[in-house]
Each structure stands twice: as C-alpha cells, then as structure tokens.
Write a protein that binds this ligand. Sequence first.
Ligand SMILES: [Zn+2]
Ligand SMILES: [Zn+2]
Length: 149
Amino acid sequence: MKGKLTGGCLCGEVRYTLREGMRLNAYACHCTDCQTRTGSAFSEHMLFAMSDLDISGDLDIGEYRQPSGANSRIVGCARCKTRIYAMNDTREGLASLRCGTLDDSSSFVPVAHFWVKSKQPWIQLPEGAKTMDEQPRSNEKWLEYVGMA
Ligand SMILES: [Zn+2]
Ligand SMILES: [Zn+2]
C-alpha cells in the first residue's frame, strides 16, 4: 500500500503517521508466538523503515527473546496496551507494524502467509495465497514472498 498511513491505539493516547517510504507488503504470521502474543489465531505485519514513522503518546515496551536468540521488543500504548509495532535486533532500522492498528486496516490484504504449519485448522487461506511452512530466512526470500509495497 502506497502513500501516507495513519493509525493508533484503542484509547486514543497513541497516534502515528507512517510516511511513504521503504515498506514491504503486509503478511500474516500463524506462528504460535504470534498466537500467544496477540491472544488470537494469527497476526498481520508490515515491515517498514523506522525513520518513516512519527509516533506520539505514552508508549511502553515488552521484551521477549525469540527461540532464534533474537531479542524482540514490542511497542504499544502504556494506557490501553494496544501493540503498535515490533523491533528485532537482527534487522537494524526496520520494524513491523501491527496492521490492525491502521485507521483503514480493511484495505490491507496479506500477500503471504507464514508458519502455516501451526495455522489454526479452521482458517481457510485464500486461493493462490503465497504460503510457507515457516518463514523466509534471507532478504532474498522476504522480497520474493512479500515484495516491496
Ligand atoms: Zn491506548
Ligand atoms: Zn509470528
């Protein structure tokens, strides 16, 4: 999705603008970590350059060491605990937006589905969707599956 994007948390404390810049298309992650972190069946992410984000409001950060050893930090509203974006110390300068926090999240359709091996069995993926049992392990694979927006 091109252009400027806006969004925020549930209570209105946190608002953000994502300038048009370097971003990839949205994807869905069905890994069990995302299921636990969101309390839901999957999460919708979009990778973007942190330098394109303007965010305001009282934020707090949750930390988690991934099985790969990477340290993941998720940033959200300190008041209502809506999660806005996550950073991971293996991808400097990039962050992953939780697409459901966008003001117009309905216009986002994930172009790929990752970790389908732990997908909830009742979810039917759209015909022709790009899928992977786990997730891309190289920048080339990320671009092949998700692509620049
Ligand atoms: Zn809030
Ligand atoms: Zn995941």
